[in-house]
Ligand binder design. Structure first.
Ligand code: DGL
Length: 281
């Protein structure tokens, strides 16, 4: 039997720039894949919004990506994964990948003392999804300490990735977790890896930073292989970018982060996409 391929792009969305930290890992692991990224910077932050609002936004983002004929949807946002994954999965005709389980699996694998810190948006922390998932995946007792770090998202979107203000804010947010002697810290928001040099310098060498990007890329590869939908690799990969806010701002910061000039960026009027759910979770 011959192997089947699917050259349509992988669709990725986040509330803003944060999902680029996942996209980078996808591009590294699967260089033949076309990708299409949507950053909803015009409506961020998601982390302080209600479950209903995050679900509505996520459904609109899904519809936009499906309109572009993607073969898969990656929710590169912890807040949307924790609030809307089941709804998106139930309404999507293509496979949907979320970021919580791969990150939790990494935390369980990398923590030696079973004391794990989790930082995320208020929405992700309130959902308790990391506590439930890490406890489910671990076969030894674990203690999980959580901290919401809402200002990190604005600092990341501002491009203050290594800035004295970011350092001061990080010190205040991380102190309560570090005093619990954690040895692993889950960056439970895809914006936070943008600030990882500051976070790392405050957390110190005894704390491993867990960022789900590489683990998510591995899950995507397995899913594409299982469903025989890898790209056949006969043409160079194309990467397209869309934002609901200023194209110029997105261009400057995305080029800086991805370390290459990003030119194919278009503005999307995301409110024109339907938020009707065919089925809730
Ligand atoms: N990057 C997102 C996350 O992973 C959301 C940040 C926000 O918009 O509050 O949770």
């Amino acid at each position: 039997m011959t192997q089947a391929y699917d050259n349509r792009p992988i669709g990725v969305f986040d509330s803003g720039l944060g999902g680029l930290t996942v996209l980078k890992d996808i591009m590294q692991r699967l260089p033949a894949e076309n990708t299409l990224y949507f950053g909803d910077s015009g409506r961020m932050p998601y982390g302080s919004k209600s479950v209903e609002t995050v679900t509505r936004f996520s459904l609109q983002n899904m519809r936009f990506l499906l309109d572009q004929d993607v073969k898969m949807i990656v929710i590169a946002c912890n807040t949307a994964s924790s609030r809307a994954y089941a709804t998106i999965r139930n309404n999507s005709p293509v496979p949907v990948i979320e970021v919580i389980e791969p990150g939790s699996r990494e935390a369980v694998r990398q923590s030696e003392n079973g004391r794990i810190g989790v930082i995320g948006t208020q929405g992700t922390i309130d959902s308790q999804v990391y506590i439930k998932t890490i406890e489910k995946l671990s076969d030894k007792p674990v203690e999980i300490f959580q901290q919401a770090c809402p200002l990190f998202v604005s600092l990341a979107e501002e491009g203050w990735w290594d800035h004295p203000v970011t350092r001061d804010v990080a010190r205040i947010y991380l102190e309560p977790l570090l005093s619990r002697h954690i040895d692993a810290l889950v960056l439970g928001c895809t914006h936070y890896p943008l600030l990882s040099s500051v976070i790392k310098s405050i957390a110190g060498p005894s704390v491993r930073l867990i960022h789900s990007g590489a683990a998510v890329a591995a899950v995507i590869e397995q899913t594409l292989k299982r469903t025989e939908s890898l790209n056949n690799g006969q043409k160079p990969a194309v990467h397209a970018y869309f934002t609901s806010d200023s194209v110029r701002r997105f261009q400057t910061l995305s080029s800086l982060f991805l370390d290459q000039p990003i030119t194919d960026i278009q503005h999307v009027d995301i409110e024109q996409y339907s938020c009707d759910a065919l089925q809730s979770d």
